[in-house]
Design a protein around this ligand. Structure first.
Ligand code: NAD
Length: 260
């Protein structure tokens, strides 16, 4: 028996990385799944592998995402779980972002999450139950230089989560997760440099980069009845990487070494 038996879930950005791993996990826990992605070939092959339904849509386009939700509802026979996972990023100095690049980042993460909730909430409210999990980022809590639109969009995802949790309780639960550095195609370019990876491992309490499966298992938990009294939270999945303080960590290290 899976912890999501009898559920019907929709995952956005499900052709790759965390979204794909989440679709696999929801299916393994007994849910029917619809995989939504803008990449048509990749989402079809992911859906075949997972045993779910592929729906091609751009989450930033409200009409496309509403149509994707309707298609998923009619194919699966309902909708009780929504994972707003699709997201894109970029790295440049704040004043060098073009309007186009700003719009691309904000449209996928922030508008896409809003569009997903707006399309799915009425269906879930009518059915009398539902859980929504949004994928934010540690960048939305503690930004890094170079990712201003991404960090702002992810902070907005955290606020949207809290707003939706207030509006839709007690019928729906709405939570978000904030992954730290997770090994996926999004971060592959960064992690090819061994010294970047080694530096991250050194600074992180759990000593390594995370996996997409480790994010998927927390999302599945938040979708399940194990989290039946949890709503409006933002749960970091970051190996403790938010803990070290850049300001004093280095200064205290020398004193600490003398106490061994
Ligand atoms: N990987 C990390 O370290 C990390 C850390 C923090 C947060 N996140 C967040 O996790 C989520 C998933 O990231 P990932 O690392 O798995 O990325 P990924 O690049 O592997 O996968 C993202 C998927 O989203 C799809 N997508 C992009 N734009 C879309 C759109 N407009 N409509 C529908 N689908 C679209 C892509 O086609 C792709 O399949 C994102 O929201 C990302 O910001 C990732």
């Amino acid at each position: 028996m899976g912890m999501l038996d009898g559920h019907c879930g929709l995952v956005t950005g499900a052709a790759s990385g965390i979204g794909r791993a989440t679709a696999v996990r929801l299916r393994a826990e007994g849910a029917r799944v619809a995989l939504v992605d803008v990449d048509a070939d990749a989402v079809r092959s992911a859906a075949d592998e997972v045993g779910g339904t592929a729906v091609v849509a751009d989450v930033g386009d409200s009409e496309q995402l509403a149509a994707a939700v309707s298609e998923a509802v009619s194919t699966m026979g309902g909708l009780s779980l929504l994972v707003n996972n699709a997201g894109v990023g970029a790295v440049r100095r704040l004043h060098t972002y073009s309007d186009r690049e700003y719009d691309r980042i904000v449209d996928v993460s922030m508008r896409g999450t809003f569009n997903g909730i707006r399309a799915a909430a009425p269906v879930m409210l009518a059915a009398g139950r539902g859980a929504i999990v949004n994928v934010a980022s540690v960048s939305g809590m503690r930004p890094t230089r170079g990712e201003a639109p991404y960090a702002a969009a992810k902070a907005a995802v955290i606020a949207l989560t809290q707003s939706a949790a207030l509006e839709y309780g007690p019928t729906l639960r709405v939570n978000c997760v904030s992954p730290g550095l997770i090994e996926t195609p999004l971060t592959g370019q960064l992690l090819v440099d061994d010294s970047v990876r080694a530096g991250f491992d050194r600074r992180t309490p759990l000593g390594r980069v995370g996996t997409a499966d480790e994010v998927a298992s927390v999302i599945a938990f938040l979708c399940s009845d194990l989290a039946s009294y949890v709503t409006g939270v933002n749960l970091p999945i970051d190996g403790g990487s938010l803990l070290p303080s850049a300001q004093v960590e280095g200064m205290l290290a020398a004193i600490l070494a003398q106490t061994d």
